[in-house]
Design a protein around this ligand. Structure first.
Ligand SMILES: [Zn+2]
Ligand SMILES: [Zn+2]
Length: 184
């Protein structure tokens, strides 16, 4: 399925696209996979509903996929289902805007929440991979109660306990917090 569509493919009844995109079709996702910060076990399933009306193109998108990311505590990869809906409006030209008194004002496309269509093509790769990247957890955790790795021997504490104990100075200095430090 081609993720770059031509404007004239959008007929009056709109254009519906449904398909799967593998990591090789999504360069930014591919980059993260190669860097080891993400795995895409199955392609991203997407649906697009695209309509064109007086110089504007409205895109409603939906995507579903499973990703695998390494847990921030124990480093084991875990599966995370992603599903998101999004919509964006593209414009074939910068629309004219007027203030309350009827004077023309210049607004950038960002200020209007619009993206400009360059040429005769619409690239759906960008919004699709943006959605995947936005769904990535900032602090990935395989589960809320993940115990992480032992800071002394690196053992995965979810799998087994280890005999490491905190070095002695830790307990010795722990009592220091009971002292009040006087500043003079
Ligand atoms: Zn974990
Ligand atoms: Zn240990």
């Amino acid at each position: 399925m081609n993720l770059i569509i031509q404007l004239d493919e959008i007929k009056e009844s709109g254009l519906q696209l449904e398909g799967d995109a593998g990591q090789e079709e999504l360069p930014q996702v591919d980059e993260l996979v190669n860097a080891g910060s993400l795995m895409l076990p199955e392609p991203v399933h997407y649906r697009f509903d695209i309509t064109r009306l007086s110089g504007m193109v409205e895109i409603d998108g939906e995507l579903e996929c499973d990703i695998e990311v390494p847990c921030g505590r124990c480093l084991e990869s875990y599966r995370l289902p992603i599903s998101s809906r999004f919509s964006l409006t593209l414009s074939e030209s910068i629309p004219e805007c007027f203030d309350e008194e009827g004077n023309e004002i210049e607004l950038s496309t960002e200020e209007m929440g619009l993206a400009l269509i360059e040429g005769e093509e619409i690239d759906l790769v960008e919004p699709l991979q943006e959605q995947v990247l936005m769904a990535l957890p900032i602090q990935p955790l395989c589960r809320e109660e993940c115990k992480g790795l032992c800071p002394y021997c690196g053992n995965n504490l979810n799998e087994s306990e280890c005999d490491c104990t905190a070095p002695k100075f830790d307990t010795r200095f722990a009592s220091l917090k009971d002292f009040k430090v006087k500043n003079k």
